[in-house]
Design a protein around this ligand. Structure first.
Ligand code: OXD
Ligand code: MN
Length: 598
């Protein structure tokens, strides 16, 4: 009788025939196998042992210096119809793309072991989870996949039961930036990545599967695959409310997911539970609410800036069983990065004696890979097959000016527009210039596997009569004063903003209506214990009409780029806000203009 694994076996054979590895190893996901992978890499210096007294079973990987971040310009979506990928993606014809990348795969694994990694994104028994199989010639990728996903025998059993999986084919090739591609074939549920060993380019369960292919699958199956953390907030009555939040890479998702509330909150009994720090899959439940799972089982977090002040929970979890990539080390071989503490690094991320003239000691996109349940705030609900119900969705970006600390969308349509209008300063998580403002709808710009116009329509489609959708908010932790310093303390104090959101969800406080959305009354925000003067508070919540009319015009121009794919409902919502801003600016002229238009 044909087994449901036949198609998997056939594919593995085909890839092996093409790539010609010396050995094929099917990963079982066991501890012993992980140990063997690590021991093998210690022998070849792909891993370096860190101080085992202070950091048991922690290792350092130094990547090729030309392979340190996701490469968006080499990341492509290959659909038969170019329009399906949309202007938000690089596109290539599938036949041309397959020919290009298959030529690179030809014989590329000679002298190497080919690892076959069955994995499950999400709890093994969850109907929301989806499986994949990654083939790679990198033991570093295999070890990281073990941490980041439910990998091995149990995943293979689910694949055998279901008979479906995403095919994810990877080789580090020669790590040559000129021979590098990260290709997605959503119609074939296939990923092919060549020439990079780095994070999102190589751990194919993460961005490639869980977001790019995931968003495509989500659209056809009626759910959402999002670049969002999931956090549970327990109040003094021991009720837990869950919030999902989308920020672009390196804008504090991990910190918010693991936040420790300020002292006063802790005394009252508030507590934070971490369900996920990067990716969220959500689907409407029978009761009309959105239920979310974190498809990942680990964190691949940005190290620089992580400290006892910014994220004590993360620091605690990084004391053991962690793979560090491109961090610096101290003279007693402990991992170190900028922002950690006052110690002096001895070697930089490339293994050179540290010299400030060479730039930061740790690469700005240096990372840690660690099992999710090592985090002290880890929520056992992360294993709940049914997911957790979401009460609020937050969108946010890194904006030095213009955008207030927090505002609330007035309804779902407005919330979708707020997400679609997001913009942020670029960071080191991807190659390219840092600090440039770019539109990054729902923080999915590098990750949405299809036309953004269709994606916005998909978001709008959740607005059904029986739906009980979350409230939508926008935050900006990064507004600066005239002196160039951040106005808001951020980190643990973000709890104050979360509490206001939950009060809004419960209908306990009202808000100030403005054209861009509802802002808090300052008295409804708990600012006790913060040294914020009145001028800082005014600036944090200032909505400047002239600036926002210009923002709205810019958003309009950006959205118009999606042409006929842009839903009319979103266009109308954009117009409503533009009109409200105009009316606020010229109250007397606005009615006359409206009458002339009708
Ligand atoms: C990540 C990213 O690695 O967003 O999570 O770049
Ligand atoms: Mn991310």
């Amino acid at each position: 009788m044909p087994s449901k694994l036949d198609s998997l076996n056939r594919w593995v054979d085909d890839v092996a025939k093409k790539t010609r590895p010396d050995r094929v190893h099917w990963c079982d996901g066991s501890d012993a196998e992980y140990r063997q992978l690590v021991d093998g890499m210690l022998k070849t210096d792909e891993l370096i042992e860190l101080n085992q007294k202070t950091h048991p079973r922690c290792y350092l990987h130094r990547s090729d210096p030309k392979d340190v971040a996701r490469v968006e310009k080499l990341t492509v979506i290959c659909t038969r119809n170019k329009d399906d990928a949309g202007p938000n993606n690089n596109w290539m014809d599938p036949a041309e793309a397959n020919a290009k990348i298959d030529a690179l795969f030809d014989g590329c694994m000679q002298g190497r072991t080919m690892y076959v990694i069955p994995y499950c994104m999400g709890p093994l028994g969850s109907p929301l989870s989806r499986c994949g199989v990654e083939i790679t010639d990198s033991p570093y990728v295999a070890a990281n996949m073990r941490i980041m996903t439910r990998m091995g025998t149990a995943a293979l059993e689910r694949i055998e039961r279901e008979g479906r999986f995403i095919k994810a084919q990877h080789s580090i090739g020669q790590l040559d930036p000129e021979r590098r591609w990260i290709m997605h074939f959503p119609e074939e549920l296939t990923i092919k990545s060549f020439g990079s060993g780095y994070g999102g380019n190589a751990l194919l369960g993460k961005k490639c599967h869980a977001l790019r292919i995931g968003s495509w699958q989500a659209r056809s199956e009626g759910w959402l695959a999002e670049h969002m953390l999931i956090v549970g907030i327990e109040n003094p009555k021991h009720e837990i409310h869950y919030i999902a939040a989308a920020f672009p890479s390196s804008c504090g998702k991990t910190n918010l997911a693991m936040l420790i509330p300020p002292e006063g909150y802790r005394r009252e009994g508030w507590k934070i539970w971490t369900v996920g720090d990067d990716i969220c899959w959500m689907r409407p439940g029978k009761d009309g609410r959105l239920y979310a799972i974190n498809p990942e089982a680990g964190y691949f977090g940005v190290a620089p800036g992580t400290s006892n002040k910014t994220n004590p929970n993360a620091l605690a979890m990084l004391q053991r069983d962690t793979i560090f990539t491109n961090v610096a080390v101290t003279d007693d071989n402990q991992p170190w990065w900028e922002g950690l503490d006052d110690r002096k690094p001895a070697k930089d991320w490339q293994g050179r004696d540290y010299d400030p003239a060479n730039g930061p000691a740790a690469h700005p996109n240096s990372r840690f890979t660690v099992r999710a349940n090592q985090c002290p705030s880890w929520s056992p609900e992360a294993e709940n097959d049914l997911g957790v119900p979401i009460d609020a969705i937050i969108f946010g970006g890194r904006r030095a000016s213009r955008v207030p600390l927090v505002f609330e969308a007035r309804d779902w349509t407005h919330g979708v527009l707020v997400g679609a209008s997001m913009a942020s300063e670029t960071t080191a998580a991807a190659t390219g210039k840092v600090g440039v403002i770019r539109r990054d709808p729902m923080a999915m710009k590098p990750f949405c596997g299809y036309n953004y116009g269709d994606y916005f329509a998909h978001w709008l489609s959740f607005d059904q009569p029986d739906a009980k959708l979350p409230k939508v908010f926008h935050v900006n932790w990064f507004r600066k004063g005239k002196d160039g310093k951040f106005l808001w303390p951020g980190f643990g104090d973000n709890m104050r903003v979360l509490e206001w959101m939950l009060k809004r969800v419960a209908g306990e406080v009202d808000a100030i209506e403005t054209p861009i959305g509802n802002l808090p009354r300052v008295d409804d925000l708990n600012l006790e214990g913060l040294r914020l003067d009145d001028a800082a508070i005014d600036e944090l919540f200032r909505v400047d009409n002239t600036e926002w009319r210009s923002e709205q015009a810019d958003i309009g121009e950006y959205l118009a780029g999606y042409g006929s794919h842009l839903p009319d409902r979103l266009k109308a919502e954009h117009q409503r806000i533009a009109d409200a801003l105009d009316a606020e600016a010229e109250p007397a002229a606005a009615p006359a203009r409206a009458a002339a238009a009708s």
